[in-house]
Design a protein around this ligand. Structure first.
Ligand code: HEM
Length: 540
């Protein structure tokens, strides 16, 4: 972040130093004034809500004004935030606080307290404090993840769960994702190293776009690669730490330029989505007729028909909310899925036993003469366990905001405090999981320990397993995420044998991670494919 402050362009070599010094000093003064103002406002707010420092959760001392930011960012070891929070929980307990600039963050690391936040007291913890870049990219927070829980959110969530991303709707657009995935498999060359994240991202993002609005294969409206790159650009901006988020008074200065860049990228994305929707209103490209003569609807078509039925033009059905929802699906959801695929492949190339088991199951269920198809997925139990175990190891922090002052675990939580459930810490707790750091898909196949079977809702595992959050604000894309992830992962594993490049062994694979909005692999996984199917579909 410091670099961003100091990187104003030099005008003249001779006075470069004094120019920089003046700009830097000016920025520092603005920051200090802004920070002091934010802090004094916050102290007043806390006092007015009756929360005293003594009744807040315990936590590490930060520095005046900036709070704990320097320790999180410059601790010399670059430890990702989910791991730092886990270390702090070991010191301060399952609920602790830190100040990030003028903002109070409360971090939760136990199933019982997660249940209170996500389920028992969910309407109070249903807020989301959106970073400015996310607001800029989602029409001011109009996407489903950003909308406050209320009439519009209820309507949109119902539309998504019952119509757009329901299983029947995803069945209807299977051909659209299949054609993209098969095309990408055909492009994989035997013996040539493949960057797994890049390939998975291309497959998932293009397939998601094809499912969502038909893509360029069906209507020549959108250049898929260009749109995917634009989506990446937006995601990168959303993930960047922004000083304006920690010190809202500085937001108007947009010191890092993140707000401006995000608004500009969002404008370009909006033009794409608007042109796609306009074509639909003009009656173009709404239905796809497959080779078997069946009509298939893409997700946008389902969305527009639902909007029509619900009375188009009402505030509930505001067009920007619908457009923002498309952004949740792609690029938002697609990026998450590709990241989890890279983690799953990483664990499998490291673990011969799991790789052998998953391949044996694919051979039994699918056979070496066929590609994986959607209908096979329900029978792939070991693959299901691999996916669940990958979610356990690489899941993330669930972010909410308190809408009213309240208490958790006996501590006061003031209104507007950011409440973060560190799902990763819960998934890694040795009191809850046997050898939690080990990749062991079998733990999701076993039964009889009183907590099985694990699902993705949180409640039947007593909040020990919460990769998609829980309660009414639970992830809206579970169906799409799990079906797409299993389909792409199974297709890659069944179509090719994957080996590490010469000289690398399973034990040497780098598994270091970093936290942005999700847990990402720091060093991309590169592996080498050898075809294993005698299947005409793969011969282009
Ligand atoms: C690997 C895949 C994914 C993971 C691990 C994941 C995880 C999550 C988590 C942890 C939350 C917060 C839930 C809470 O606050 O309790 C969430 C919310 C959400 N996710 Fe996902 N997600 C994934 C994929 C997707 C996809 C593909 C979509 C596509 C539509 C999606 C759409 C959403 C939306 C709209 C919300 C906000 C729901 C609300 O606030 O009501 N996610 N997701």
């Amino acid at each position: 972040m410091a670099d961003a402050f100091l990187s104003s362009p030099p005008v003249n070599k001779n006075n470069q130093f004094s120019e920089r010094w003046m700009i830097t000093s000016a920025i520092i003064v603005i920051i200090l004034v802004g920070i002091l103002h934010s802090v004094s406002k916050l102290v007043k707010r806390l006092k007015s809500q009756g929360a005293t420092a003594a009744s807040l959760p315990p936590g590490p001392r930060g520095l005046p004004i900036v709070g704990y930011i320097p320790f999180l960012m410059y601790n010399g070891r670059k430890i990702p935030i989910h791991r730092q929070f886990n270390d702090l929980a070991a010191q301060y307990g399952p609920i602790f606080k830190i100040w990030v600039g003028g903002q109070l963050h409360v971090v939760i690391s136990s199933p019982a307290l997660a249940k209170q936040v996500l389920r028992d007291d969910e309407s109070n913890f249903s807020g989301r404090d959106l970073p400015l870049a996310i607001r800029a990219c989602t029409y001011g927070g109009l996407d489903l993840a950003g909308l406050p829980m209320g009439r519009d959110w209820n309507f949109m969530k119902k539309v998504v769960l019952r119509e757009v991303l329901s299983n029947p709707s995803l069945d209807r657009c299977y051909e659209l994702r299949r054609s993209v995935v098969v095309k990408a498999l055909r492009e994989v060359r035997s013996g040539q190293p493949v960057g797994v994240l890049e390939l998975a991202h291309k497959m998932v993002a293009n397939a998601t776009m094809a499912m969502t609005w038909g893509g360029s294969d069906h209507g020549d409206v959108v250049d898929k690669d260009k749109t995917r790159r634009l989506g990446d650009e937006m995601m990168t901006l959303m993930e960047q730490p922004n000083v304006s988020d920690a010190f809202p008074l500085l937001a108007r200065f947009d010191l890092q330029g993140i707000g401006r860049k995000a608004a500009e990228a969002a404008g370009r994305f909006d033009r794409i989505i608007t042109s796609v929707i306009q074509k639909r209103f003009d009656g173009e490209g709404s239905l796809i007729i497959t080779e078997e003569g069946k009509e298939k609807k893409d997700l946008l078509q389902v969305l527009l028909e639902t909007r029509e039925r619900s009375g188009a033009g009402s505030s509930l059905a505001s067009m920007n909310q619908f457009k923002a929802l498309l952004l949740d699906i792609t690029p938002g959801g697609a990026g998450n899925i590709a990241t989890v695929i890279e983690w799953a492949m990483t664990e499998l190339v490291k673990c011969d036993k799991a790789m052998t088991n998953v391949k044996r199951e694919l051979d039994d269920v699918v056979g070496l003469e066929s590609l994986v198809e959607d209908h096979h997925l329900k029978k792939l139990n070991y693959l299901d366990a691999v996916v669940k175990e990958t979610f356990r190891l690489y899941q993330v922090i669930i972010q909410r905001q308190a809408l009213q002052p309240c208490t958790i675990g006996g501590y006061d939580i003031p209104k507007k405090a950011k409440v973060m459930v560190n799902a990763w810490a819960i998934h890694m707790d040795p009191r809850l999981w046997e050898v939690p750091t080990e990749f062991r898909p079998e733990r999701f196949l076993e039964s009889g320990n009183g907590m099985m079977p694990f699902d993705f809702q949180g409640s039947n595992s007593h909040f020990v397993y919460i990769p998609f959050g829980s309660g009414r604000r639970i992830c809206a894309g579970i169906n799409l995420a799990t079906r797409m992830l299993k389909y792409v992962l199974a297709s890659l594993l069944h179509s090719f044998d994957w080996k590490l490049p010469a000289g690398e062994g399973g034990s040497t694979v780098d598994v270091s991670d970093e936290f942005t909005l999700i847990i990402k692999k720091k060093k991309p996984l590169t592996i080498v494919p050898t075809p294993r199917l005698s299947c005409p579909d793969l011969q282009a």
